[in-house]
Design a protein around this ligand. Sequence first.
Ligand SMILES: [Zn+2]
Length: 345
Amino acid sequence: MVKCKLCNAKDADKKGSHIVPHFLLKRIENIEGKTGRDYELGFTIEKLNAKSYFGRSVQPEKLEETYGEITDADIAKNKHPLIVDNIFCSECESRLATIESKYAETTKTTNTKDYESGVSSIIGLLFWASVIWRMSINGKSGVKLTEEQNEKLRQTLDCFLPDKIEEIDKKGINENGLVKSLSYKILRSCDCKDDDAKWLFFHPEFNNPLCLLIDEYVVCFSFDDNFKDIDSKDCLGINEMIKQAPINKIGSDSNEIVKPFDNVTYKKMASSLLKIIQEVYLGGLDEFFDMVHVASGGKGKTMPSELKTEIMAELTSEEKKTGRKFTQEEIKKSTMKVMKRYAPK
Ligand SMILES: [Zn+2]
């Protein structure tokens, strides 16, 4: 059996490991227990891989049959991209669960001013490092750390994730050279509504710090105490707020401090995010449309641009719920709907 990716020692026997902790994921996906491709792209932003959708010989009627409606059977056999088997051993899975359940308690505390979340910076840092590292090694959420960064986080987590929360080695971690340069800022929209679209988005242009939007949190994580990208690149329109947020760092017995922000700002941020997603997708979509065009027996190798524009208009129409606009399923439905208008009767 393959070895556990965290300890590199024991067999990776654990099935159903969550890459993103359940207490965050369930809010992002809002339908608990459902898995499948319907959820795959809406919240993990990657370029579309058109090749996986349609074989070149597939005819239009067949396309609808295959992709028009998603059935329970489809859902049952599709694997959730953020729940994985045989990555961790049972012991490491349990260590990850320990830090998660401790951190999950902080969601109960809210405030309108900067506030202490109720855990130490050590616990906060281990928790967020574990989320970012898991997303990076899983590779399906746009998080791509360098090998060196992955290994640094792995060693930190393997050394310091305790079996039980009271066994945390505060002295060891405070004095550890590996961990000393890690720091993070955390912002949270405390008054987010249940029906506000939630996202899992790793900003592709940020390295110093890494910027992750997850559920109602914005996490800025730095490997070398360097937040300089915030000064030079737009981060969903909330740069000033990020600058003002306090840095959480290991090295003393400090408590984690969260900067809260209001729902109006959250909504503005989400609309900036949609624009980015649209840009990221446009390249992939173009390729996808051409492939559908060829597969359906269209002339030449590219779909006429008028048709592409019409599909995009359909896809971004106001009727569709914001959070669902860019799921694979919606893209397929909009494409089919527009193409059917032009299909020979
Ligand atoms: Zn392990």
